[in-house]
Design a protein around this ligand. Structure first.
Ligand SMILES: Cc1ncc(COP(=O)(O)O)c(C=O)c1O
Length: 381
């Protein structure tokens, strides 16, 4: 049996042909493929606007700038996510506050977030960055209600969840990142995610104002629109201090063909998840699935008592499970800036037991059965 990773891209000849075609075309970057990818992505997700960016970390940076976050201002997120979800707040010298997670869904807890907000005077926090962790959609309707009570914005970190949805109180399916409840949402196209661009990402929104700001900041703050003067056809203005966070046409061409496969890919991921669930049923705890929710399953997460033992045992069998995530407040950078004493009981308990199992559309039945057999064998030892 060849090594089995926890995640893997699925690149087909169609993807390769699309990239070659772009390499032979007139534009390698800032050409027609970027806008085509943005339009197709917005249509798929159901948002009004989509802005392609060079990675989701850059997208998160642009998102906090778009929401106007400034030095010393405070934002709440979850400790069980990739560091980038919190780091974006630090990029503008903001303060990160962590709410604890729910024990069963592993998502940021609404109650813990509410408690944190209500323990401080009004205006203390500026926003919330909830994460659709592992691909499981946050109930953004509930978070929006809480945010509106306190005048907060919401940036949805949907990096794990293109294709996931929750059902709102009116019975309507709400796709992750569709912009109906969050101000902005961020997706990642790192190869281990659903859609592989090498590096890449997308910011989605329903706000025209945010959309324009994102476009400006993505490309140096330079524009040819709404200029205060115009010296001729060459003229442009730099109206803000922006960045080069652009995605290339080459990557966008790949993104377009990858996106076309995502619906089927998420279906396959769910079928793999069902097989795991059937095999583990009452033996091993796995991430819960709230009613009306469709998990996009970037990951399949379990909890086991002897996590390190199982991790090493699987490696001996060439199965490369992974741990998502080391709680952010315990990372050395965050400890050093004052989070050393923070206690987030559920997050720490979860981290002591969690493990992400192989989950990707091309995982074969034979490989998955091999993984399941090794796990059941280990837990019954
Ligand atoms: C939840 C989450 N947010 C943000 C990121 C950052 O994504 P990128 O690697 O595209 O910058 C990741 C990547 O792992 C992630 O998992």
């Amino acid at each position: 049996m060849k090594p089995i990773p926890y995640g893997r891209q699925n690149i087909t000849n169609e993807d390769i042909d699309a990239v070659i075609e772009t390499l032979q075309a007139d534009f390698l970057t800032q050409g027609p493929k970027v806008k085509e990818f943005e339009d197709k992505f917005a249509e798929y997700i159901g948002s009004k606007y989509a802005v392609a960016i060079n990675n989701a970390t850059a997208g998160l940076h642009l998102a906090v700038l778009t929401m106007g976050l400034k030095e010393g201002e405070r934002v709440i997120t979850t400790p069980i996510t990739f560091a980038a979800s919190a780091n974006c707040v630090r990029y503008v010298d903001g303060e990160v506050w962590f709410a604890d997670i729910d024990k069963d869904s592993y998502l940021i807890s609404l109650e813990s977030t509410r408690k944190l907000i209500e323990s401080k005077p009004k205006g203390f926090f500026k926003g919330i960055i909830p994460v659709d962790f592992a691909g499981l959609p946050i109930d953004l309707e509930a978070f929006r209600e809480l945010a509106d009570e306190h005048g907060l914005w919401i940036i949805e970190d949907a990096c794990h969840a293109p294709g996931g949805y929750f059902t709102d109180s009116k019975g309507v399916r709400q796709n992750c990142g569709n912009g109906n409840y969050a101000d902005l949402a961020i997706f990642s196209f790192h190869p281990v995610k659903h859609i592989a661009c090498g590096e890449g990402g997308m910011v989605t929104t329903n706000s025209e104002e945010h959309y324009k700001k994102l476009l400006l900041l993505r490309s140096h703050g330079i524009t040819k629109e709404n200029m205060s003067e115009n010296h001729g056809g060459w003229f442009y203005e730099m109206q803000e201090l922006g960045f080069n966070y652009r995605l290339t046409d080459i990557q966008s061409a790949l993104g377009i063909t990858q996106l076309a496969k995502n619906k089927e890919g998420v279906k396959q991921r769910n079928s793999i998840a069902d097989t795991y669930k059937k095999a583990f049923s009452d033996k091993i705890k796995f991430q819960s699935l709230p009613a009306g929710t469709y998990n996009a399953h970037h990951l399949f997460v379990i909890e086991v008592e002897n996590r390190k033992g199982l991790y090493n045992y699987l490696r001996e069998h060439q199965i490369f499970a992974q741990i998502h995530y080391i709680p952010i407040h315990t990372l050395p950078y965050y400890r050093e800036i004052g989070y050393g004493d923070a206690t987030l009981t559920n997050a720490e308990e979860y981290y002591s037991k969690c493990m992400s199992l192989p989950m990707y559309p091309t995982l074969t039945k034979k490989e998955q059965n091999f993984v399941i057999d090794r796990i059941l064998e280990f837990v019954s030892l």
